[in-house]
Ligand binder design. Structure first.
Ligand SMILES: Cc1cc2nc3c(=O)[nH]c(=O)nc-3n(C[C@H](O)[C@H](O)[C@H](O)COP(=O)(O)OP(=O)(O)OC[C@H]3O[C@@H](n4cnc5c(N)ncnc54)[C@H](O)[C@@H]3O)c2cc1C
Length: 442
């Protein structure tokens, strides 16, 4: 076990400690400095159990891509990123079991080389599977559930150090409560994911889709590809870029006309933020490629998105998509000065209790902000108020300002979830300030 803390490390770890002392321990975007420098790394289930047993408070940490304090701790952070193996691939059962610290970037090429694929991916492959599923991270595609919907079994270390395994098949009653667990049930050690035969994807980008066309043809546009993203800066009554990811061989290949609802087919690869280099992005222009190198917008090994940024995202029922989008569009003059880009995606409903898409086919309206928290903090309540009629659920890993009361009212299984969490963690070992105020204080 590696202990990266100035206060408790032994002499062998001195260089690491010196580093930890000098560098602040921050999230990926650098907008959050964690409340402790005590970061321990575990490389085995036994090491996790030992940390969990010996500490009063522990917070599991993935690849630190959340923008809010859901992964924060004032006491102890525990990373299991050294546990990143593929444990078992069941070709007949169409499942893969992985160590929870594995990232999608590590997993996907291995899966593909064995002839298998996942159903979907987020915009970036850099995130850990456990961290992504814990916050209901999603990609796009009206028939695709979020990434956590692929989880068919979960193993975690509870507050007492016990190892618990739950599966979709055997624990149907509580399993949907454990998958999007917000880090509250325990330290996830392994996950089993549904897989399918590998497939290739072609990605087409269109520029300047008139807002009026988006409004009148939203359903056709969403149905045009396996995964569809609309990028807009909310200016000039247009969607700046329309990304259509078309899955080869599913009988619904996208024909890629030069013009699509008034938008023009791009003649070069583009970044969602047009000024940034498309080198960071997955190949476009209809070039076929493996699912894992087309479904994310950003390439492994390259900076995803802008880097110095903040993010927020709100999920509303798919049936309210147009009204919700237009509600944000009306705020364009307030939003645009602080925005790098917005992305609009659709996600299928699921049955995971704390999922942002619980029992609700959803449209997600995302904001990549310039890194100016005072300005964004002033704006978010305005956006939340405008989206209010659609009962928005904020992304669990991004920035929002709505009250815990409002947030909690959007989750009908909240009480069942907190009871389930208390069963595995009666004293709140895995709870932090974010969870206490947003989820448990009700
Ligand atoms: C550039 C960028 C692009 C993004 N794109 C998307 C996108 O396309 N779609 C989307 O939905 N989101 C997106 N996100 C948000 C991101 O997917 C989520 O924040 C995700 O949770 C990050 O995973 P992580 O491994 O970094 O987790 P962390 O931020 O480290 O942790 C997240 C949560 O998971 C818990 N956790 C982590 N590991 C474990 C474990 N082993 N056991 C128990 N709990 C654990 C933590 O305690 C915490 O509650 C993006 C973020 C960035 C920075």
């Amino acid at each position: 076990m590696r202990l990266l803390s100035a206060t408790v490390a032994g002499p062998i770890l001195a260089p690491l400690c010196a580093l930890a002392e000098k560098q602040k321990l921050t999230n990926w975007a650098g907008n959050l400095t964690y409340g402790t420098k005590r970061l321990q790394e575990a490389a085995s289930i036994e090491e996790i159990r030992s940390v969990v047993r010996s500490e009063k408070k522990v917070k599991a940490l993935g690849t630190r891509h959340c923008f809010n304090s859901i992964a924060d701790s004032r006491e102890n952070l525990l990373s299991i990123l050294p546990m990143h193996g593929v444990v078992a691939l069941d070709a007949d059962g169409h499942t893969v079991t992985v160590d929870a610290g594995i990232t999608y970037g590590q997993l996907c090429p291995q899966l593909d080389s064995k002839g298998f694929a996942l159903h979907n991916l987020a915009s970036l492959p850099h995130i850990s599977v456990a961290g992504a599923c814990s916050t209901a991270t999603h990609g796009s595609g009206e028939r695709n559930g979020n990434l956590a919907t692929a989880v068919s079994a979960i193993e975690f270390v509870t507050a007492s150090g016990e190892v618990v395994k739950l599966s979709r098949k055997s624990d149907g009653e509580v399993f949907p409560g454990a998958v999007v667990g917000l880090g509250a049930l325990g330290v996830i050690t392994r996950l089993t994911l549904d897989i399918q035969p590998t497939y290739s994807v072609r990605q087409f980008v269109y520029e300047n889709l008139p807002l009026s066309q988006m409004k009148d043809h939203f359903d056709e546009i969403q149905a045009s590809g396996y995964s569809v993203s609309l990028f807009t800066d909310w200016q000039k009554q247009r969607i700046n870029e329309l990304w259509i990811k078309s899955r080869a061989g599913d009988g619904e290949a996208f024909a890629s006309p030069q013009e699509f609802f008034g938008a023009r087919l791009a003649t070069r690869n583009l970044h969602p933020i047009a000024e940034l280099s498309a080198e960071n992005c997955t190949e476009q222009m209809g070039v076929p490629g493996p699912w894992y190198d087309r479904l994310p917008h950003f390439r492994m090994g390259f900076m995803p998105s802008a880097g110095k940024e903040l993010q927020s995202e709100y999920f509303v029922p798919r049936r309210n998509a147009i009204d919700a989008i237009l509600a944000v569009e009306r705020l364009r003059d307030q939003v645009s000065p602080h925005l790098l880009i917005s992305e609009i995606r659709t996600i299928a409903a699921d049955d995971l209790w704390m999922s942002t898409c619980y029992r609700q086919p959803s449209v997600a309206i995302h904001f990549t902000w310039k890194q100016d928290w005072p300005a964004v903090r002033r704006l978010l309540p305005i956006i939340e108020r405008e989206l209010g009629p659609f009962q928005p659920r904020p992304h669990w890993g991004k920035l929002f300002t709505m009250s815990p009361r409002q947030l909690q009212s959007r989750y009908e299984k909240l009480t069942d979830f907190t009871q389930l969490a208390r069963k595995y963690d009666p004293t709140g070992k895995f709870r932090n300030a974010f969870l206490n105020s947003n989820v448990f204080a009700h």
